[in-house]
Write a protein that binds this ligand. Structure first.
Ligand SMILES: Nc1ncnc2c1ncn2[C@@H]1O[C@H](COP(=O)(O)OP(=O)(O)O)[C@@H](O)[C@H]1O
Ligand code: SF4
Ligand SMILES: [Mg+2]
Length: 326
């Protein structure tokens, strides 16, 4: 497998001198792989996605690091080059499709725009391709729904339109930011199945952002755990679920409802993610960490723990100890 996306020391901040939102984020995604990015709300997941897409809202900007997609250095591209790449090589689906669909344009026109822009397709050919894409996105009755306006569709159907639009340019990378959070559980499962199926069929790579560890377990090959704008642990799904090492990852796992416990929340991590610009000195997790110690007064770098397992903690649980404790 070759590396498709490499994010190196990415730092994203508010303006030229304001506080950092992402600090020295490192991650990589192989061709055909699904990488999950998980963390509580406010940990910087969406800002990571928008940094990769080149869609950061003003005045947020990338301050340092590199984002490489295959041979392209995305941060070195000019705006027109980035626009040509977006939707073609990289596509994105969001939590709330209504915010990215144009409410006054029919579904077919919106898909048609992507097809015209990236593939030069128009007229009957674009309409036929639009219907075919909706069918691949498992939209019921695509011949009719292609003429619908977004408000005439359910949330699940709107997300299928987004998936169809994302596939239109035949991207190598799909960035999905909480794509099912706004949907009810049954529809959520259908959309996730669809993404997985299309990923297999197209050999696409997927960066799947979620706060839901259940979604990670279902969908992903590897996982990056984010906290306060940093990756604090990364590894295979097995590393993260069976050998979690960072106290934050262990806290997230312990907070999952367990069916055997009657769907009770076993424990939660006290406190919340610090606001941007208000990070404590040293390890950002220290105020919430039961293991915090004077030695945690430095920002711990990500360091290898196993083959592809990395953790950023001064006192990580070593895998053998973790197995005994979990
Ligand atoms: N437009 C903005 N201006 C300033 N800060 C922002 C803006 N958008 C998000 N943030 C802050 O950036 C941090 C990361 O946000 P975000 O990436 O949306 O988190 P997540 O997607 O993990 O919930 C949060 O602390 C959030 O308050
Ligand atoms: S570095 Fe210290 S405070 Fe931070 S997570 Fe590890 S043990 Fe806890
Ligand atoms: Mg978000």
């Amino acid at each position: 497998m070759s590396t498709l996306l490499r994010v190196e020391h990415l730092t994203t901040a508010i303006g030229a001198r304001g506080p950092e939102i992402l600090s020295a984020v490192d991650l990589s995604l192989q061709s055909g792989e699904v990488l999950g990015v998980v963390g509580e709300s406010g940990s910087g997941k969406s800002m990571l996605a928008l940094s990769i897409m080149g869609l950061l809202p003003h005045p947020i900007q990338v301050r340092g690091g590199r984002i490489l997609l295959g041979d392209h250095d995305l941060l070195a591209l000019r705006a027109p080059q980035m626009r040509a790449l977006r939707g073609k090589d990289i596509a994105m689906i969001f939590q709330e499709p209504m915010t990215s669909l144009n409410p006054v344009m029919r579904v077919g026109q919106q898909i048609g725009e992507v097809l015209r822009w990236h593939l030069g397709m128009r007229g009957d050919a674009a309409r036929a391709e639009g219907i075919a894409l909706l069918r691949r996105a498992e939209m019921p009755d695509p011949q009719r729904q292609i003429d619908a306006y977004p408000h005439e569709l359910s949330g699940g159907m709107r997300q299928r339109v987004m998936v169809a639009m994302a596939l239109a340019g035949r991207p190598r990378l799909l960035v999905a930011d909480e794509p099912t959070t706004a949907l009810d559980v049954t529809i959520q499962a259908q959309i996730l199945d669809l993404v997985r199926k299309l990923q297999h069929e197209n050999g696409m790579s997927v960066l799947l952002i979620t706060h839901d560890l259940g979604v990670i377990a279902e969908m992903c090959d590897r996982v990056a755990v984010m906290y306060a704008g940093r990756v604090v642990e990364s590894g295979s799904v097995l590393d993260i679920f069976d050998r979690p090492s960072h106290p934050y990852t262990r806290g997230l796992l312990a907070s999952r409802p367990k069916i055997s416990a009657g769907a009770q929340w076993l424990s939660t991590i006290e406190g919340s993610v610090p606001a941007v610009g208000q990070l404590p000195q040293g390890c950002s997790f220290a105020p919430r960490c039961r293991l915090a110690h004077a030695a945690c007064n430095v920002v711990p770098p990500l360091r290898p723990l196993g083959d592809a397992h990395q953790v950023a903690c001064v006192f990580p649980f070593e895998p053998v100890v973790a197995q005994a404790v979990v």
